[in-house]
Design a binder for this molecule. Structure first.
Ligand code: SF4
Length: 387
């Protein structure tokens, strides 16, 4: 039987169909729960965006998801972050960007980032009491920390805009909003555990066992996400698919992006060839999941690229005079939502499919377990496109 590292959405089933049924229902429940408290705030925010012409207004669900994310990430990290006294946050956030744009320098940058993360950004102690009603200085500090980690850059860019909006409100209104967010976070923590807990049973034991393993490593934050964050990302992927669907179905060509851990052979033996977008499978192994997707793509008219973790996603943006491309990205729970936000920022019409479980050798498992996605879910997304 395959080993589950932190999560598996095929838990006790032959595939992840049951998960997709459940998460669809739970996404409706989450949006319904938010409708009385967070959705009205999102509507106020939309008016503010329109008044100051800050961006093209997006779907309301995206703004609701931003508020849910703010609540959960604040609850998870603010106590730790506010203990950081002196850290070169701007330098660290620049390093996080450089590693995306300059893949050849990534190993060296990651080496230094790993040390700096542990020494400067993760002080090891946490405030004892949670701050549910922060001031703007505290929000600014936490957002700078989010950006510096390189793991929450997209969220930080969005939270800063929320912070600007909140600063235009009367103090009582601002406090009422943050109280609603904190109450929603508590509800989500309890309810998501009931609905999604069976898929994330191993997260806590993994964190316990891995206390020292990730120290000094650049993937320390990414690989030590809490169970609540897994649940946030599961619901986030579902809400994003809902919100981004209209743009995606109007695209003319499709690319499916998969991580290297889906390969059936170790990196050194894989015969995929390097192209500008990533790697293209050459079909050297029939049972390799990438090869199977490639063959499916030949029948269903999409191409498949293997892309490295934390690669620059701006190259997927549509170019003038070319066919409009939609992207279906697959990654593990801890990274998928961040990539979804990034693709959105570059205007790439995207959908996502979770890896059924994590297993890559670089981040999760000493030998590596080839990963896979649910092809039924992939077909449902492909079939949603206008023919
Ligand atoms: S089938 Fe493709 S992706 Fe899989 S190992 Fe071979 S070349 Fe690499």
């Amino acid at each position: 039987m395959r080993e589950t590292i932190t999560y598996s959405i095929t838990e006790r089933q032959k595939n992840s169909e049951e998960y997709y049924r459940k998460i669809g229902i739970f996404a409706s429940e989450v949006l319904n729960e938010a409708s009385a408290t967070l959705t009205p705030v999102a509507k106020e925010f939309v008016k503010y965006i329109e008044e100051f012409n800050l961006e093209q207004v997006r779907k309301l669900e995206e703004y609701v998801l931003e508020l849910i994310s703010f609540g959960i990430l604040w609850h998870t990290y603010a106590g730790l972050t506010l203990e950081v006294k002196h850290a070169p946050l701007i330098t660290l956030s620049k390093m996080a960007e450089w590693r995306k744009k300059r893949q050849r320098l990534k190993p060296a940058i990651d080496f230094f980032r790993g040390i700096m993360l542990t020494v400067l950004l993760l002080p090891g102690k946490k405030r004892k009491t949670e701050i549910n009603l922060p001031n703007f200085e505290q929000i600014d500090k936490v957002c700078s920390w989010f950006e510096a980690t390189g793991e929450f850059r997209e969220e930080a860019l969005r939270f800063i805009r929320w912070r600007a909006f909140w600063s235009t409100l009367k103090r009582e209104r601002f406090e009422k909003i943050l109280t609603s967010i904190a109450l929603f976070t508590r509800w989500f923590e309890r309810r998501s555990l009931e609905v999604l807990g069976e898929y994330t049973k191993n997260v806590e034991s993994f964190l316990e066992k891995s206390k020292t393993r990730y120290r000094w490593r650049e993937d320390r934050i990414s690989c030590t996400r809490t169970r609540l964050e897994y649940h946030l990302n599961m619901i986030g992927a579902e809400i994003m698919n809902l919100a981004f669907q209209d743009d995606f179905i109007n695209t003319e060509i499709t690319s499916v992006l998969v991580p290297g851990c889906m390969r059936g052979r170790p990196f050194e033996e894989c015969e995929a060839v390097k192209v500008k977008e990533g790697l293209k499978c050459r079909g050297c192994l029939s049972k390799c999941h990438v090869n199977q997707l490639k063959k499916m793509g030949e029948r269903k008219n999409f191409d498949v690229f293997i892309i490295p973790h934390a690669s620059d996603l701006s190259l997927w943006a549509s170019k003038p005079g070319r066919l409009k491309r939609g992207v279906i990205a697959s990654a593990c729970v801890t990274t998928l939502v961040e990539s979804g936000w990034e693709l959105k920022r570059y205007g790439v019409p995207a959908q996502c499919v979770l890896l059924d479980y994590n297993g890559c050798k670089k981040h999760w498992h000493h030998k590596g377990i080839p990963t896979q996605l649910n092809v039924h879910e992939l077909k449902r997304i492909l079939n949603s496109k206008k023919q």
